[in-house]
Write a protein that binds this ligand. Structure first.
Ligand SMILES: CC(C)(COP(=O)(O)OP(=O)(O)OC[C@H]1O[C@@H](n2cnc3c(N)ncnc32)[C@H](O)[C@@H]1OP(=O)(O)O)[C@@H](O)C(=O)NCCC(=O)NCCS
Length: 228
């Protein structure tokens, strides 16, 4: 498995278009157009409704509100809500992965509003040794944003970035058994069920899904560089 590091100091604009991720539903054919504005390491992906970007200090309060919702946190960790300080630590950890790996969890913003909807993107899951080494993709949105296809739209762009830019070969999805909305997002992304196992931390059964780079068929030029 590759865990390539994306160069962080490329100059100019890189314009990238991601097509669908292996499925053929009408909704998937209207695949997000993602633009990477990689200026000094600040990767941004733009989809029709969303901006995926690196984290800012002023995201902590908005993410803490999302993490304070018991329904949002139901299938995460031991199901406890997460407070402001824990949210700040979580975001700092996301940024640390970005700095070390060249990928990570994106802050997901509703375009044109500046509203932080939550996150999606890549992480290294440490609590399931039998699937390591690996990179997983995850998502968490505020409840008011559920049910509109936003998690799938955001994750599609993040997956495209992971495969096309980071040249990762395989991405896993992991959800606690019973988190059917998350399972559905994995299926909509074209991921396939791999196994049921148990996470070490809380001993809960989890389902592991997988998608490989070769399963994604970009129908447009993968990458072209705009003149400065
Ligand atoms: C999981 C989550 C990100 C999904 O966000 P979303 O924007 O609503 O996702 P989408 O709209 O892209 O897709 C959700 C799909 O699950 C389906 N779904 C929602 N709730 C469901 C349920 N209880 N059972 C089965 N399917 C469900 C939706 O109908 C939709 O499928 P469809 O498009 O075929 O109708 C959101 O629910 C969330 O943030 N949950 C809390 C955090 C979390 O659990 N994260 C995942 C940890 S593994």
């Amino acid at each position: 498995m590759t865990s390539a590091t994306v160069p962080s100091n490329r100059s100019g604009m890189i314009h990238q278009e991601y097509h669908n991720l292996g499925t053929n539903r009408a909704a998937d054919r209207a695949a997000p157009l993602a633009t990477i504005n990689d200026d000094g390491g600040m990767v941004e992906l733009v989809t029709p409704r969303l901006l995926l970007r690196r984290w800012r200090d002023d995201d902590v309060a908005a993410m803490a509100m999302i993490n304070a919702d018991r329904e949002v946190m139901r299938w995460i960790g031991d199901g406890s809500v997460v407070d402001y300080a824990q949210t700040a630590a979580e975001i700092a950890a996301f940024e640390q992965v970005w700095q070390m790996r060249g990928f990570g969890r994106f802050a997901v913003e509703i375009r044109g509003t500046g509203v932080l909807a939550g996150f999606t993107g890549m992480a290294i899951p440490a609590d399931i040794p039998e699937i390591m080494p690996c990179v997983e993709i995850g998502w968490r949105l505020g409840r008011e944003h559920w049910g509109r296809g936003l998690a799938t739209e955001a994750a599609k762009a993040a997956l495209g970035f992971a495969f096309a830019d980071c040249r990762l070969d395989r991405i896993l999805g992991i959800h606690v058994v019973g988190n059917d909305a998350s399972a559905r997002v994995m299926v909509k992304l074209g991921m396939r069920f791999d196994r049921e196992t148990t996470e070490l931390g809380y001993g809960r059964p989890v389902h592991v899904y997988v998608i490989d780079r070769y399963e994604i068929q970009p129908s447009r030029p993968a990458c072209r560089r705009r003149p400065d």
